[in-house]
Design a protein around this ligand. Structure first.
Ligand code: 2NL
Length: 346
């Protein structure tokens, strides 16, 4: 190996590489070309091994040429890499272009069922007075659903609740949420302020105002010195929160076996404002719930001394509340799940 031969080989390699670089069509090909020429075991290295065979004084000359060749190749590769990178990026951008003006696929937004909405609103209002929501079983025993509530097995008041029984003797589908209040009083010492929303069941002939499954929200307060006046004030605040401030309300005498005295709570008709119309049956009043002072027998049943503790309780149907608020005239709409009905309450 002599100087001339080595110089010739270097220049040949430079020319060949330049041509190959210019011909490279993608950056992957360029990468392997770079490795092939400039890599540790690349062709340039192989050529330079020949330097060792040259006389010492000739070596720097070849070294200078070799460096020139190397930097020339490096510059050519870098330039080509930039060009290829640009055109490859452009090709990708064109291929992967997304049309951001394409309309999105619409997704269906749900809404609360009007009965659920009413329950949530009821709970929100009573929460302002310290009532906490409590839930209890839908399958109850006869003792908790009836007997503890002052309704003995053969009492005529049982006729007020057309009961659905399960096939385990002594058990039934709760006819009201009152047994939940019994459970609270049995497990919690006063003061008590609870709200019990839940599904109830009765064997009913179904029509525009009767269903075999419906919801009830009951409230219970037990403390020392609780009065009918406290109940009156609380219910008035509730009526104003639910149906608008300033609306007139009234108590009428009522009857429940588990309260004494018992009352019906009316609000001035929302439709006619008290003048009288078909909605309120010309009376000018709408009954929105039943209530009363917890019967001393019920207090004694759960182990509370009626001389020390008094309480009041109330119960309402959230569907009825919702019907009054939205002027819905048929209770059956609440269980049909017809979207044409439900979608009106977004
Ligand atoms: C109505 C009337 C009412 C009660 C529920 C109750 C519960 C206990 C003791 C005393 Cl543990 N009372 N609940 C009282 C009066 C009325 O509901 O018409 N609901 C739809």
């Amino acid at each position: 190996m002599d100087l001339a031969q080595l110089t010739h080989d270097l220049e040949a390699l430079a020319a060949e590489t330049r041509a190959a670089v210019a011909a490279a069509t993608d950056s992957v090909g360029l990468e392997s070309l770079e490795l092939d020429v400039l890599g540790k075991k690349g062709r340039l290295t192989v050529v330079l091994r020949g330097i060792g065979a040259l006389p010492v004084d000739e070596r720097p000359k070849v070294g200078a040429i070799a460096n020139q060749v190397r930097s020339g190749i490096e510059a050519a590769i870098a330039g080509r890499r930039r060009d290829l990178g640009e055109s490859e990026l452009e090709a990708r951008l064109a291929a992967e272009r997304i049309d951001v003006t394409t309309p999105g696929r619409p997704f269906r937004r749900g809404s609360l069922h009007p009965g659920v909405e009413a329950m949530a609103e009821i709970a929100r209002i009573f929460a302002q007075f310290g009532f906490v929501v409590h839930e209890s079983p839908e399958i109850e025993d006869d003792r908790t659903n009836f007997q503890m509530l002052n309704i003995p097995p053969d009492h005529p008041a049982r006729d007020l609740w057309d009961t659905l029984y399960v096939d385990v003797p002594g058990y039934l589908l709760r006819t009201h949420t009152s047994p939940g209040q019994i459970r609270v009083m049995e497990s919690t010492p006063p003061p008590i302020r609870v709200l019990l929303p839940g599904r109830c069941f009765r064997y009913e002939a179904i029509d525009a105002s009767h269903a075999s499954e419906f919801f009830q929200v009951e409230g219970l307060m037990v403390d020392e010195g609780t009065t009918l006046g406290d109940l009156r004030g609380l219910l008035e605040a509730f009526a104003h929160g639910m149906f608008g401030p300033g609306r007139k309300t009234r108590f009428r005498p009522g009857y429940y076996p588990f309260t004494e005295p018992s009352v019906a709570f009316d609000v001035e008709c929302l439709v006619c404002g008290g003048v009288g119309c078909p909605v309120c049956g010309r009376s000018g009043w709408l009954t929105i719930l039943g209530a009363g002072m917890v019967h001393p027998v019920v207090l004694r049943n759960v182990g509370l001394d009626p001389e020390r503790y008094q309480g009041f309780a109330f119960g309402m149907g959230p569907e009825r509340i919702s019907m009054l608020r939205h002027r819905i005239n048929d209770l059956r709409l609440f269980m049909e799940n017809d979207l044409r009905f439900l979608e009106q309450f977004r």
